[in-house]
Design a binder for this molecule. Structure first.
Ligand code: NAD
Length: 348
């Protein structure tokens, strides 16, 4: 990744789970400077590395005063800010609009005349494009049709961000590249990170950190819809490599899936995590979540492999083992972030 050496990079949402992993990797790639813009809405300050090359601008990228602190000095820009996640967006679509959509639009509008930017990478989401099916899922390719039937404001925002990325490339030659992620997991995803966002999903975030935490506490793992739902899980180190490949080798105007290409059912996942943690708690079978119609999905890996030379390398079993270790080492931090929301959780 020598292209990034001595470069200046902007990471919007850089204190978050993926963002903080990206920032640490960029620092190891010897970038000259990383500016992080993050309002800590779903992130903890502890995720901002203590490094002289890091400039942390705390605030919303949708706020003009914050935006004015972003100068035309960065060769690479990553837009990772979002209103995390599906359930929070259903609870508060306006907040989702502000933090998932307006963030992208304001950033694109602000940077459209910048001359130094070589690539602006936008984090898209595979859930916004996947076919809604509980039958056998086929790997979703980048050119799959986009349905109007979205399950959440979050999915709408993620795809609208892609529309803007294409528009700003076509109209203003802003060199946007869209990285469409499948489900990311790994060290650095802190349950309860940031501020209360209206539902228990503030605490529980995604399925893997939730299952690992609960299994370590010997609590039952809940399987909505019996756990037949499947996802394509990609380890955060792989996502970060994929994002950097999009920055260095992605073609402006294009989109690339960042996926493992491996489908895993939630039941298989629960069984693996139960085994890895040695939990003796039984599985808790529940009905399907009413808003979730995207039962089974995985991403096609072909285009990223052929055009970026990117392939996910970390197998789920290895990634889960590393994530279990990280969770054990960071249990007191995670417990304290969860405890912040105790009162709000009780009122739900
Ligand atoms: N984690 C996944 O499985 C996954 C899957 C598909 C797409 N993505 C996308 O990847 C990106 C990163 O996701 P993540 O999992 O790291 O989530 P995250 O919640 O950890 O990171 C999002 C970050 O954006 C910040 N943020 C929110 N509003 C902001 C604002 N107005 N201005 C500046 N920063 C703001 C949050 O504080 C947080 O640090 C998101 O765009 C998300 O939609 C993630």
């Amino acid at each position: 990744m020598t292209e990034l050496e001595n470069c200046s990079v902007l990471v919007v949402g850089g204190a978050g789970f993926v963002g903080s992993n990206l920032v640490r990797r960029l620092l190891r790639a010897r970038v000259a400077k990383v500016q992080i813009v993050d309002n800590l809405l779903s992130a903890e300050r502890v995720n901002v590395p203590d490094d002289a090359r890091v400039l942390f601008t705390e605030g919303s990228i949708a706020d003009d005063r914050v935006l004015s602190q972003v100068a035309d000095e960065h060769e690479y820009v990553f837009q990772l800010a979002t209103y995390h996640g599906n359930q929070s967006s259903i609870q508060n679509p306006l907040a989702d609009h502000e933090h998932s959509q307006l963030t992208t639009l304001k950033l694109f509008e602000h940077t459209k005349t910048f001359r130094r930017v070589k690539k602006l990478v936008y984090a898209g989401a595979g859930c916004a494009v996947a076919e809604k099916t509980f039958d056998r899922a086929l790997a979703t390719s980048e050119d799959a049709p986009v349905s109007l039937q979205m399950d959440s404001p979050y999915s709408i925002s993620k795809i609208v961000g892609e529309f803007y990325a294409v528009y700003y490339f076509n109209r203003h030659a802003l060199p946007t590249v869209r990285a469409r992620f499948q489900n990311v997991y790994g060290p650095g995803e802190i349950l309860g990170a940031g501020q209360w966002r209206g539902t228990p999903a503030t605490v529980w975030r995604n399925v893997i950190p939730t299952f690992i935490y609960k299994a370590l506490k010997v609590q039952a793992l809940q399987l909505e819809g019996g756990g037949v739902t499947s996802r394509d899980f990609i380890y955060v180190e792989d996502i970060v490599r994929g994002l950097m490949s999009c920055a260095t080798h992605g073609k402006p105007g294009e989109v690339y899936n960042l996926a493992s290409g491996v489908e895993t059912s939630i039941r298989q996942l629960a069984e693996q995590i139960t085994k890895l943690t040695g939990s003796s708690a039984p599985l808790d079978i529940r009905p399907r979540r009413d808003w979730d119609r995207s039962g089974k999905r995985l991403g096609s890996t072909e285009k990223a492999r052929l055009e970026l030379g990117f392939e996910a390398e970390i197998r789920l079993s290895d990634g889960l083992a590393r994530t279990v270790e990280w969770t054990k080492e960071n249990l007191s931090l995670i417990d304290s972030c969860i405890a912040k929301h105790d009162q709000s959780m009780r009122l739900c």
